[in-house]
Design a protein around this ligand. Sequence first.
Ligand SMILES: Cc1cc2nc3c(=O)[nH]c(=O)nc-3n(C[C@H](O)[C@H](O)[C@H](O)COP(=O)(O)OP(=O)(O)OC[C@H]3O[C@@H](n4cnc5c(N)ncnc54)[C@H](O)[C@@H]3O)c2cc1C
Length: 427
Amino acid sequence: MEAVQVIIIGAGAAGLSAAKALAEHPDLACIHLEAQEGVGGRVKTFASEGGPALDSGACFVHTKGLTLYREARQRGLLACSGKAALLLAGRYTPVWRFFCQHALSNLRPFKQMTPRFYRADDPRQSLGQLISALDFTPPVAGLVRSTLGSSLGCAVEQVGVLALRQSLQQANIRLGRDTIQQTLKRPLATLLAEIYAPQTARVLTGHPVTAIDYQGAAVKVQCQNGPRFVADKVIITVPLAVLQQERIQFDPPLPAGHQQAIARLGMGQGLKLRLQFSKVFWKKRLRQLINTDGLFHFWIPDPAQAVMMVFYVAAAAEALDEQAALARVMDTLRTAFALDIAPLLVSSQLENWSANPFIGGLYSFDAIGSEGARTQLQAPVADRLYLAGEATVEGYFATVDGAIESGRRAAQQILDQLTGAGSGNSL
Ligand SMILES: Cc1cc2nc3c(=O)[nH]c(=O)nc-3n(C[C@H](O)[C@H](O)[C@H](O)COP(=O)(O)OP(=O)(O)OC[C@H]3O[C@@H](n4cnc5c(N)ncnc54)[C@H](O)[C@@H]3O)c2cc1C
């Protein structure tokens, strides 16, 4: 049984950033455990088939000023976003045409949307209800539902307006003002791997943690494949769904406040698809196709390749059937381009994030009634357990930068404790 000061569980963006922050104190002995055979968690590429690697998880930078943006900018990796078009009632529609046909008749509801969002005070109101209460015409309502739903990773009916508003306000984020969708010239996964190369090298992969015993002064961490480790402090960065599905047994159980917070937040479900075609059948400059009829959108990551990426969010009650998702995507493209595209499909690859037992979905969302849950999860448990990961940050949740910030925060809480700089808001 190996004894150290800190154990980090999970080597996604949160775990790697915690490891980097702790590495600034070389006298601190740490062990970093990861369940899967590779590191990066939800930042990953599809196995390459000869062509350049493409992200099967996170691919966009969503916040200016934070780690990814700064690092990408320094390396000259920020790319132009390119041209977007819409799929409206299944038909390919250029943005200018959509704007001409629908802008004037929807000016009022658009103006009302933000103030209504910031005035929300009913904990039962869903984002879907807020959108329905505004007088959008059906095509524009479809666009709003689908763009918000796909970025939040769930159907808008699942999101609590009050919980989302409070989460954004706590982080001082204003939608539109502080959020971006910046593409990169190469995969985000390679950027993350570069930033955290020294930390990646130290991760013990293939070590799924099954139990954490924090009854005594030291915490005992049990892995599925036998090894047991002991530490003074443990940072837990596993995804929300892993905690919701109780894949790790805590002894004693986590405090009631933490358990309730874990249960109240939502985890979106979905997958990512890579479609390789034999030729480009879309307009050359097209980079993004926004589907207003469903929660799945298309990207063309590299104009030189006949490859489309699909981010597919499964709506609430929908079972995530991989074959059905692929068939629906292909059918949508056939209708949009009025072309039999099946013979053009060379290969398809699919990353089903929901089916991965160590991830369990896409990312967290502010479910109805989840006000304050993310803040609750930041409170250390018994001065020994520290939760991190994208679900534990307000505002920047569901992003790589949010995960990075959460890892840094957990590391700082431990450093404060060890140096006596703060009591750490413990339970
Ligand atoms: C399809 C998709 C697209 C996305 N797009 C974007 C985007 O464009 N931009 C953006 O900023 N964000 C995006 N995100 C969100 C972003 O990927 C996540 O917010 C971020 O990567 C989460 O990092 P994390 O460290 O919190 O969790 P993870 O990356 O999930 O890391 C947690 C780690 O814990 C490990 N683990 C789980 N259980 C155990 C266990 N029992 N023992 C040991 N280890 C365990 C997991 O294997 C995993 O490696 C996307 C996510 C998905 C799925």
